[in-house]
Ligand binder design. Structure first.
Ligand SMILES: [Mg+2]
Length: 362
């Protein structure tokens, strides 16, 4: 058994390559919070995309509780961390901190065993189908064309997603024009998905679903707020398009409430409680007859998603693939619409401190 010697956290804010926005939010930078765990002469890394405050929770609330614990006992560390968060509250910043540490511990355990993380977790898939995700509401037609054809024609990815619900659903005409443009750009043989980020009301989402069908859209993500479970159910019951949600799920209990009202469960390993909780969420989804789709953070999702029998796909999010290619070595390039985890110890990505230094904020 190996003693966990140190848990470190740091934060990096990286400007976007162009203004980005969706139905209910706009941003021009993204912050990655990195966790490094050290033991047995090796370092494991995990991360989340959130406030630099996540780093404070890691160093102040989590690290002192698990340093000295056995590295191999990842679930035991997870239990200690979950207990430590009781009075802080698990959803949000604390849940992201927990998730990043859990991912780092799994990575370290696999590196100590000198085996790829996907093998340690029991991979049942060799690769993970991906979909190109971006299509921000802030893009003009040229930007949308370049991005979508880059995925479909350039990288051979047969499924893409764009943002709709612009300005909280107040410019539905433009949403419809952009969906029509997207369908024209990618052609009929590419799957087209949309994400409203909770921008519509229930009645509006029902009307939008009816015109989305005319463009053969197969996936309607967060048509209404993911906190409105009754609203999600109402939209789902009225359309044959798959209604999906789950990216803001922070614990197993939320997913238990979510499963009965969606057609596919989304989960984010950097928010939901790390790899430890993601695998439980996948089992819960399977019990409801549902598949699971990974949300963003591609480099961290690849290994655990291969171990999920009821996997649908992984969101190959423009912002995060860009950052993980800049700050890590080893993020694979998709081939024939799927990405294969690196055949290297741990998750196979190597942090590049020199590349990240100029973006460091804490
Ligand atoms: Mg989304």
């Amino acid at each position: 058994m190996t003693k966990l010697e140190a848990v470190r956290a740091s934060a990096y804010t990286i400007p976007t390559d162009a203004p980005e926005g969706d139905g209910t939010f706009a941003w021009d930078s993204t912050t990655l919070v990195l966790v490094e765990v050290v033991g047995g002469g090796r370092t494991g890394t995990g991360w989340t995309y959130g406030s630099p405050a996540c780093a404070t929770v890691v160093t102040h609330d989590l690290a002192p509780r698990i340093e000295g614990h056995e590295v191999e006992d990842v679930v035991g560390c997870w239990n200690v961390m979950r207990a430590a968060l009781r009075n802080i509250g698990r959803p949000g910043v604390a849940g992201m901190a927990l998730s990043a540490v859990d991912c780092a511990l799994w990575d370290l355990k696999a590196r100590l065993l000198d085996m790829p993380l996907h093998r340690l977790l029991g991979a049942v898939h060799e690769s993970v189908p991906v979909y190109g995700s971006g299509g921000f509401t802030t893009y003009d037609e040229r930007q949308l064309t370049e991005q979508l054809s880059g995925w479909v024609d350039g990288q051979g990815i047969p499924r893409v997603k764009i943002k709709i619900g612009e300005s909280s659903g107040t410019v539905e005409d433009r949403d419809r024009r952009r969906v029509a443009q997207a369908r024209e750009i990618v052609g009929q043989s590419t799957e087209l998905f949309v994400d409203a980020n909770g921008g519509y009301t229930v009645g509006q989402a029902q009307r939008v679903a009816s015109w989305l069908s005319a463009y053969d859209v197969k996936w309607f993500e967060e048509p209404v707020s993911s906190d409105d479970l009754a609203g999600l159910r109402t939209v789902r019951d009225q359309t044959t398009i798959d209604v999906t949600a789950g990216e803001y799920g922070y614990d197993l209990a939320y997913f238990q409430r979510l499963c009965p009202v969606v057609d596919c469960v989304q989960a984010d390993v950097t928010r939901c409680g790390g790899i430890t909780e993601l695998l439980r969420i996948a089992a819960l989804a399977e019990a409801h007859g549902l598949q699971l789709s990974g949300h963003c953070a591609p480099g961290l999702h690849l290994a655990p998603l291969t171990a999920i029998p009821n996997l649908r796909h992984l969101e190959w999010f423009h912002d995060h693939t860009r950052i993980e290619s800049m700050l890590f070595e080893g993020l694979p390039t998709p081939s024939k619409g799927a990405a294969t985890p690196p055949n290297a110890p741990g998750h196979g990505l190597t942090w590049l401190p020199d590349a990240a230094a100029k973006y460091r904020v804490s």
